[in-house]
Design a protein around this ligand. Sequence first.
Ligand SMILES: Nc1ncnc2c1ncn2[C@@H]1O[C@H](COP(=O)(O)OP(=O)(O)OP(=O)(O)O)[C@@H](O)[C@H]1O
Length: 296
Amino acid sequence: MSSQVDTSAVAQDLVLSVRNLTVDYAVHRSSFRAVDDVSFDVPRGSTVAIVGESGCGKSTIAKAIVRLLTPTSGEILLNGQDIARMPARQLRPLRSKVQMVFQDPYGSLDPHLTAEDIVAEPLTLRGIRSGKERRAEAAKLIDQVGLPSSALGRRPAEFSGGQRQRIGIARALASKPELLVCDEATSALDVSVQAQVLDLLADIQRDRGLTYLMISHNLGVVRESSSHVVVMSKGKIVEQGPTEQVLTRPRDPYTRALRAAALDPLTMTGRKPRELVSRLNKVAPQGGPVLMEEAV
Ligand SMILES: Nc1ncnc2c1ncn2[C@@H]1O[C@H](COP(=O)(O)OP(=O)(O)OP(=O)(O)O)[C@@H](O)[C@H]1O
């Protein structure tokens, strides 16, 4: 691992540049390639989305970026510095710069802690340790995500899904990150609540100049929130570019099939028609897992 800074990424003002990323999981005595030679850039202040069917490797990329796992090969340049295989000790001061908002607002918050404690936890990364300062900062963050101050003393079970996701966002903001990785951050929510959370994320981005990497299987969310999109299938990128262009004039047959599936009224009602699945499998790259019906 090199601690050198990549000057081309810095010159282009890329918060994140993922280059030739490959991730293998150990499975029994063998290994499974979940992400295969993936490269994309995330310019400062932008929102880049990664889209693709379940199992295509989206969360694995997210986990590699926040270093919940160490990739097999490739580079993850954060502000030009490769963190892909950086040792924990060196990584610690960079932890505050990248935060993650998880899919499941029910499972990702500690049920025993109050909203104040949850939001205050990452303040340690900024060296904020005094109780008074932590309480004041947590109150500010809770206000920024549109929750009343009375929320501070309540525990996760006392909130709705959308409110819980707001707490998750407040927690993610507490360390003053430069990059938020939102892994299916709205997919557990009702459509109207989903829109409110996306609006909140857009407001926060405007106010703070934050950069987002949005991971979603939902093309509607991708269209709504991102300027660039990376389309993945079976661990590989099949197409990437400006969101509007990729979604309105997809070049790759897989993207076209994904779009057709998203527009299909049967899919929108939650049913998984067999023919759509087989259509997606026909146009997906060779190798990797076969798309299951329930994955559409
Ligand atoms: N710890 C693991 N060990 C072995 N295989 C794994 C592990 N985690 C994920 N995989 C496999 O790697 C592939 C990619 O998984 P990943 O969770 O990244 O997909 P995804 O696109 O995020 O899917 P979803 O949208 O359902 O979350 C899948 O085939 C999955 O079964």
